[in-house]
Design a protein around this ligand. Structure first.
Ligand SMILES: *Cc1c(COP(=O)(O)O)cnc(C)c1O
Length: 395
């Protein structure tokens, strides 16, 4: 299904990329001689186009740079860490996991201890470690698509068979259909993304409970709840579901709500036995001392950072209302982005919006595009552009 398409395949080869080194002329010829693993041959890497345009609302980043006081604090903590860079960092990142546990306890409605938490370089690495531990050759993982394309790509990279589970035309998950898919395929890992990317809708707790039970009935499998966007949700985190569910893992990131995509810090909460199991595959000293120091500084400023989240939630709700008022269809959003349509040709609409200086995302979901909530000014520019495109397309 389309959501599993690496987003680069819907990219724009005819447009200049803002970054990327020049390719040697013989690259295609040499590529054909490389003994690349069969399941990777001919595939495209993940990659949203990074184009140099005035308004970039395509990768769900936080539009607000870190506040100056936090920048200063990062500099302080990194300076301190620099004095010890001759030594390997704390392999178990205990100080950082302690602060992440406090953050989850304070905001997630569920007590979390440091031994329940594991951190890595982005939640993508968390997901990779989970698949290396619980997936792998001869095993399979399922996701309900369209959803986050990296789940499928990391599965492939770890030799895990990928199963594309169904979603309804309105992008909700039909419980009976999902249960049937789990019973039929008996996956070792089940991905549930809530709020879902790229569609924006959240899963009810009842669906997660039921699919956890369905997965355990098939075999003792792991259920990964990807809550990358949960801070933007109208509802609460599903962290309390960890209670009594030792095969459930909640994954989180500092890339979105914390406005720190460049930091590369993701984390999970789960039973301590899961955290122990993941240690079997993590590279020693995978989290640099600089990363740990920077993340600790950011966690000192959660109050300010979550203030930006409130502004972004209001802007997200404004985008939904204005898009509907303009005559677009919108998928209800609990994230910092909005899926809108429908277009006869989404890629053509994407291009028309880009022609007006606004970059949104074509995730390859037929008929739909996705826009990230930016600053009020960026959102105004986007809304002006889509109003014009609406007129153009109905002319
Ligand atoms: C952005 C995103 C992530 C975050 O990835 P990082 O590696 O932490 O930057 C994880 N899951 C989903 C669904 C996302 O959209």
């Amino acid at each position: 299904m389309s959501g599993d398409t690496p987003e680069s395949t819907t990219g724009t080869p005819d447009l200049p990329e803002a970054s990327g080194p020049a390719r040697a002329k013989d690259t295609p010829a040499v590529r054909d001689t490389l003994p690349v693993r069969a399941e990777l041959r001919g595939k495209s890497p993940y990659g949203a186009p990074q184009l140099d345009v005035p308004v970039r609302l395509n990768t769900n980043e936080n539009p607000y740079p870190l506040p100056e006081a936090l920048v200063e604090r990062i500099a302080e903590r990194v300076r301190e860490a620099a004095r010890g860079l001759n030594r390997y960092p704390d392999r178990d990142a205990v100080a950082l996991r302690t602060e992440l546990a406090k953050y989850l306890t304070r905001t997630g409605g569920h007590p979390v201890a440091p031994e329940n938490v594991w951190a890595a370089n982005g939640s993508n690495e968390v997901i990779q470690q989970l698949l290396q531990t619980f997936g792998g050759p001869g095993r399979s993982a399922i996701g309900f698509e369209p959803s986050y394309s990296m789940h499928a790509l990391i599965a492939r990279g770890t030799g895990t068979d990928w199963i594309s589970g169904p979603r309804e035309p309105d992008f909700t998950i039909d419980l009976a259909a999902a249960r049937r898919a789990i019973a039929e395929h008996r996956p070792d890992v089940v991905f549930l993304t809530t709020p879902n990317n790229p569609t924006g809708n959240a899963l009810p707790a009842s669906t997660v409970r039921a699919l956890y039970d369905a997965a355990q009935a098939a075999k003792p499998s792991m259920v990964v709840l990807d809550e990358a966007y949960v801070e933007f949700s109208h509802g609460d985190s599903l962290l309390p579901l960890l209670d009594g569910r030792p095969h459930l893992v909640v994954s989180r990131t500092m890339s979105k709500a914390f406005g720190a995509a460049g930091l590369r810090l993701g984390y999970l909460a789960a039973h301590p036995a899961v955290v122990d199991a993941v240690q079997l595959v993590r590279l020693p000293y995978h989290l640099s001392a600089v990363t740990q120091a920077t993340a600790l500084a950011a966690l000192e400023h959660t109050g300010t950072l979550l203030g930006y989240v409130e502004q972004l939630k209001a802007e997200r709700d404004r985008l939904v209302a204005e898009l509907r008022a303009t005559g677009y269809e919108v998928t209800a959003s609990d994230a910092n982005f909005v899926q809108f349509g429908r277009f006869e040709d989404a890629h053509d609409a994407w291009r028309r919006i880009l022609d007006r200086g606004v970059l949104v995302r074509d995730n390859g979901v037929p008929g739909w595009l996705r826009v990230t909530a930016g600053t009020p000014e960026e959102n105004d520019a986007f809304l002006d552009a889509v109003r014009e495109v609406k007129k153009e397309l109905s002319a």
